[in-house]
Design a protein around this ligand. Structure first.
Ligand code: ATP
Ligand code: MG
Length: 571
């Protein structure tokens, strides 16, 4: 492709709307343009990158035996009513009606549609296993679309769905997909980890997320320093503390103390000369629109996904401090479980505290000498707090580390939830009707593009891994006025193109400085400069974007030299 003919509007300024580096560089590099909140147009360069990822995903899905289909993006509400998700799925599901006042939605995921296909087209165990996938635009009306391609409302996903005769066979399908996912992200050239994950609103019994490691990731992963354990903190289990014999004598009296202006745990600890570990923190959450209280030790953090699972709720959100009073007539900052008239969920650590300090549900007051089990009894006790690096690995007891990651893929064992609710069955080898055992497997194809940039960039721009780069090599012609240089640059471009490489030829009438800057910004892995040294001694300069190293190569060897670099970068 000739740069002079390409719609590639690069800019110097960092756009104010872009907080994270991938968003900034995708805008500055002319890859994408925003249409409206959470929706982007892919300009030529952006589409090229998206297509590179798509192709890797497609090849690995096909290699794994999955079959590509394409389902409609608009889905009838009736199917969602059958599965029970029409009501259950939150406002991310964009619901609307057609001219006949029939309900529809934009597909955020396709379990319902694919289960409908299975129940109509798959009749016998002889047809199984089947894995159907598509690569398609999804719509989720995200509450906070942000970070460009990272969290859009419209985004490209590869979603696959497996149908098996029983749980063992479904486990095999799951393993095949897991292996394929490893290959996809390895081939993309990304540094990633597969972690145990929560199953979320898709429902199901078992799942793994694939996380690209990057500081800007919205997810936190916990990894063991001694064994292979890795999990999303949402999921990472903490065993209950060993039971200690409770000393029955010497139980303190519960008493109210004045603690004016101490809404925060640290201030209470300071005032009462105790440790945060002696305080019970009470947090209010809205669980499916009902206020519940969550209790953890003062130095701990409530893990809301664990809370959601303990309550078996569909949705759990913290109650904002400003809303605590209007919803409960209790003062934020002074909440406590004693005499509280709502469902109380406590971390199991709480029940091991001999006595504690809690809010008194009265402004400016706390209770001390509170004995869990005597002065209050939670409705549910379980694993509620978020794991920390002070905890031990749940598998081997080793030390843990925390890393940030970006979720680029998620695989689930679904079981028979959808096939039962939608009555999708096949005939088994004894003539009986059985429900399909399902799995579903997503890759955020467009998010992979953003994640790759978050992980691979420097202050000059993007450093694409070779397999994802829109062009593998850029040829710069620095002497447009010199006929010999022009011919050499043009020939090199055509030669590389003919060999099947993706080449961008910078034939623009621009200063060398801005050509170098643009090449760096858009992240082309290899750059060949044809300029003064070619005129002088017949050499071109080859630069490797990743490490900035350059080599002077005699012109006749340049094409082969660059070809070898690309080949190496692709494996
Ligand atoms: P998240 O927790 O980031 O909201 P999710 O768990 O809801 O994602 P899944 O239902 O697992 O998402 O969807 C499969 C994949 O689609 C995710 O692993 C992610 O890579 C991608 N994805 C999900 N939501 C978005 C989005 N709003 N924008 C871009 N990609 C997304
Ligand atoms: Mg997910």
């Amino acid at each position: 492709m000739r740069y002079s003919q390409l719609l590639l509007p690069t800019t110097k300024e960092t756009p104010a709307e872009a907080e994270v580096v991938s968003h900034q560089l995708l805008l500055r590099g002319g890859f994408i343009r925003k249409l409206t909140s959470g929706m982007y147009t892919y300009l030529p360069l952006g589409l090229l990158v998206l297509q590179k990822v798509t192709e890797i995903v497609r090849q690995e899905m096909n290699n794994a035996g999955a079959q590509e289909i394409l389902m409609p993006m608009v889905q009838p509400g009736d199917l969602w009513k059958e599965s029970g998700r029409w009501k259950k799925y939150g406002p991310e599901l964009l619901r609307f009606q057609d001219r006949h006042a029939r309900d529809y939605c934009l597909g955020p995921t396709h379990e319902e549609v694919v289960t409908d296909i299975a129940r109509k087209e798959l009749h016998s165990y002889k047809q199984l296993p089947v894995n159907l996938y598509q690569i398609q635009t999804k719509f989720r009306d995200e509450i906070r679309p942000r970070f460009g391609l990272m969290r859009g409302r419209e985004f490209v996903m590869k979603d696959a769905y497996s149908f098996d005769v029983d749980d063992d066979a479904a486990s095999k399908s799951y393993e095949i997909m897991r292996d394929a996912y490893y290959r996809v992200f390895e081939r993309c050239g990304l540094d990633f980890r597969a972690v145990e994950a929560d199953s979320g609103s898709i429902g199901g019994s078992y799942s793994h997320e694939f996380m690209v490691l990057a500081d800007t990731g919205e997810d936190t992963l916990v990894t063991c320093k001694s064994c292979s354990y890795a999990a999303n903190v949402e999921k990472a289990a903490i065993a209950p503390p060993a039971e200690e014999a409770v000393i029955v004598q010497d139980l303190p009296q519960m008493e109210k103390v004045a603690t004016p202006g101490t809404k925060k745990v640290d201030r209470v600890a300071e005032l009462l000369q105790i440790s945060a570990k002696d305080i019970v923190k009470t947090m209010f959450y809205l669980a499916d629109d009902v206020v519940v209280a969550a209790l953890v030790r003062g130095d701990r953090v409530v893990q809301s996904v664990k809370l959601k699972n303990l309550l078996d709720a569909d949705d759990v959100e913290p109650v904002a401090e400003e809303e605590v009073w209007s919803r409960t007539k209790l003062p934020a900052g002074y909440l406590g479980p004693v005499g509280l008239e709502m469902k109380v969920v406590a971390d199991h650590e709480i029940m091991g505290m001999a006595s504690c300090v809690t809010g008194a549900n009265e402004k400016g007051h706390h209770l001390q000498g509170v004995v869990p089990g005597r002065d209050f009894t939670p409705d549910i006790v379980g694993d509620l707090r978020q794991i920390t690096t002070e905890d031990n690995c749940p598998l081997c007891g080793g030390a843990l580390g925390l890393t940030e990651g970006i979720e680029v893929g998620h695989i689930f064992k679904l079981g028979t939830g959808y096939s039962e609710s939608m009555n999708a069955t096949f005939q088994d080898n004894e003539g009986g009707e059985q429900h399909f055992v399902m799995g579903c497997y997503g890759i955020g194809v467009s998010r992979v593009v953003a994640a790759a940039i978050e992980q691979n960039h420097d202050r000059n721009g993007i450093i694409f891994p070779v397999p994802m780069a829109p062009f593998q090599v850029i040829v710069l012609n620095l002497s447009l006025k010199n006929e010999g240089t022009c011919k050499a640059a043009e020939d090199l471009y055509l030669n590389l193109k003919q060999q099947g490489y993706d080449v961008l030829y910078d034939d623009r009438d621009e200063r060398p400085g801005s050509k170098f800057k643009d090449a760096d910004l858009i992240g082309i892995p290899f750059r060949v400069t044809v300029g003064k040294t070619y005129e002088k001694n017949g050499e071109v300069e080859v630069l490797i974007r990743k490490d900035g190293t350059t080599a002077a190569i005699p012109y006749p060897e340049a094409a082969e030299y660059v070809g070898q670099l690309i080949q190496k970068g692709l494996t």
